[in-house]
Design a protein around this ligand. Structure first.
Ligand code: 2PG
Length: 229
């Protein structure tokens, strides 16, 4: 029975500062490094192992993957990166303080931008220095692929495309896969995998550093889902 494990990166420097982060490549905070180590230790105690690891293009998720693999003595396995596991692009909210945005736009709009399924925050202009086209990671990407804002649904569509294309075939072969990614990316994936409704998803939160385990049968039906709290 193949396993898929999803882990949200440990706390980042901007999580600590309460700023909308999205595609900004912020590093893990010291507490985030500890959370990633604990996640690795929990996986080890539960007897889990992996054949391959995927992360986003963002260092907070990549480092979380490396730290977990180190705890498991699995630094030798393939660790692949796919931009489609990046955090949701937070558009014009990128870098802003969440409390200040709430005070400015009001609670209702704040929640709509932050937690609704299909309402994206206002977009960034293509000339804005925060636009991904100025980030060397995406220099070879066609501009149409680079978002200037995203809803959770947009984030889910790209992450699940990567899942079906790259991860699902490995699970069918019986391989165990670790994905270290981001709060909204994992919320979107869990929404689809667990069949959570559009109405319920705003209340669903993903904690940092808590592995979520999916056990699949050969037909890729989910047999068991649980968190290693
Ligand atoms: O800022 C972000 O990129 C995300 C995750 O930290 O924020 P939120 O939890 O508000 O979706």
């Amino acid at each position: 029975m193949a396993k898929l494990v999803l882990v949200r990166h440990g706390k980042s420097e901007w999580n600590k500062q309460n700023r909308f982060t999205g595609w900004v490549d912020v590093d893990l905070a010291p507490e985030g490094i500890e959370e990633a180590k604990k996640a690795g230790q929990k996986l080890k105690s539960a007897g889990l192992s992996f054949d391959i690891c995927f992360s986003s293009y963002l260092k907070r998720a990549i480092k979380t993957g490396i730290i977990i693999l180190e705890e498991l003595d699995l630094l030798w396995i393939d660790h692949l990166k796919d931009w489609r596991f990046n955090e949701r692009h937070y558009g014009a909210l990128t870098g802003l303080n969440k409390d200040e945005v709430k005070a400015e736009v009001g609670e209702e709009k704040f929640l709509l931008y932050r937690r609704s399924y299909d309402v994206p925050p206002p977009p960034l202009s293509e000339d804005d220095k925060r636009h991904p086209r100025f980030d060397p990671k995406y220099k070879n990407f066609p501009i149409e692929l680079l978002p200037n804002t995203e809803s959770l649904k947009d984030n889910q569509i790209r992450a699940m495309a990567a899942f079906h294309e790259r991860v699902a075939p490995l699970l069918v072969e019986g391989k165990d896969v670790l994905i270290t990614a981001h709060g909204n990316t994992i919320r979107g994936m869990v929404k689809e995998l667990d069949g959570i409704s559009d109405e319920d998803i705003p209340k669903f939160e993903i904690a940092t550093g808590i592995p979520r385990i999916y056990e699949f049968d050969e037909a890729l039906h989910i047999k068991k889902v649980y968190n290693l709290d």
